[in-house]
Write a protein that binds this ligand. Structure first.
Ligand SMILES: Nc1ncnc2c1ncn2[C@@H]1O[C@H](COP(=O)(O)OP(=O)(O)OP(=O)(O)O)[C@@H](O)[C@H]1O
Length: 322
């Protein structure tokens, strides 16, 4: 089943400086059991899209079916079938963990006898065991995010939206959270749609990535395919000072090499993705009696993809988000 099928979703806001077109006619599909990541610089429109898909914000235009229900004519049906974990989470810091989970279960119409085992199961899955009697305000950042996710899952939604789930977490807590998110899909069969500023997170977790900028989706594909779209591997070749002119000639003369840049004894360039082109470079260097000191080939990263498409570095946008 297609879990999200949106067509032409758009949202504008009236702001003092004039109309802001936050989302400009987005089409997107997410299939059952996928983990899909939503990337984009600050202000790209990710949260606005998530808020529309989760019924919190009415679109100015467009339609969508979410978890089998029509977003506009059956928002209550959508809400029953989805979990939404917002950026700040909504848990009450003055409440005790177990009470907050029970309250959430009761809000979704579960009886106490139904809620008890569900909460115990979730606490175990999300590493909250032993924290049931703790005040929410006293939890660490990682524990708090896991509680937020547990709250979003109490009613067993087949589709869960996570808005920047790991912002502000330390590397260990992030890795644990990723394991839990994978578990949602692998063990519970849930579909996960998450927004993130972290490309390593998107790379590690997501089957598919959508990159958004200025209210539109620029590209969507599997992480590997996205990397293949960036033109070529980055090659760094170091040679003896006397060999630099010959090596430069060789590199510039080969088909499939471009963006050649020389600094001292180091020649950097882009080459088509193939081990074949490396063999050709080595042979051509050999033919000119150039013996490289070192050669390093780096595959494009999602950072390169992001930078190429949006003109902004992901590191800068994630630093702003944190
Ligand atoms: N209620 C609002 N009123 C006016 N403008 C808004 C409102 N909500 C969002 N916007 C604007 O819409 C654009 C998209 O914002 P949105 O929060 O969806 O981006 P985002 O991609 O989630 O950004 P971030 O990564 O910083 O969270 C921004 O220009 C923002 O200022």
């Amino acid at each position: 089943m297609t879990m999200i099928d949106a067509q032409g979703l758009a949202r504008s806001f009236q702001a003092p400086q004039g109309e802001v077109n936050a989302v400009r006619g987005v089409d997107l599909k997410v299939e059952d059991g996928e983990i899909v990541g939503f990337l984009g610089p600050n202000g790209a429109g990710k949260t606005t899209t998530l808020r529309m898909l989760t019924t919190l914000l009415r679109p100015t235009a467009g339609t969508a079916r979410v978890a089998g229900c029509d977003l506009l004519s059956d928002p209550v049906g959508v809400r029953r079938r989805i979990g939404y974990v917002a950026q700040g989470g909504g848990a009450n810091p003055a409440e005790v963990v177990a009470n907050e989970l029970l309250l959430q279960a009761r809000l979704y119409g579960m009886s106490k006898s139904e809620a008890g085992p569900r909460i115990a199961d979730l606490a175990e899955r999300l590493g909250l065991g032993g924290l049931e009697t703790r005040l929410i305000g006293s939890l660490s950042g990682g524990q708090r995010r896991r509680l937020d996710i547990a709250l979003g899952l109490v009613h067993r939604p087949p589709l869960i939206f996570l808005d920047e789930p790991s912002t502000g977490l330390d590397p260990t807590s992030r890795n644990q959270l990723w394991d839990h998110i994978r578990g949602l899909r692998d063990e519970l069969g849930a579909t996960v749609f998450l927004s993130t500023h972290y490309l390593d997170e998107a790379d590690a977790l997501c089957d598919r990535i959508l990159i958004m900028d200025q209210g539109a989706i620029l590209v969507e594909d599997r992480p590997e395919e996205l990397k293949n779209r960036v033109s070529g591997d980055a090659v760094t070749l170091e040679v003896a000072a006397a060999d630099v002119p010959a090596a430069q000639d060789v590199v510039r003369g080969l088909a499939g090499t471009r963006a050649v840049n020389v600094t001292g004894q180091t020649i950097r360039f882009r080459a088509d993705h193939s081990s074949r082109s490396m063999i050709e470079i080595m042979r051509a260097l050999d033919a000119r009696a150039v013996d490289p000191i070192s050669i390093q080939v780096d595959r494009p990263t999602l950072d390169d993809v992001f930078l190429t498409l949006t003109g902004q570095s992901a590191a800068a946008t994630s630093a702003r988000a944190a």
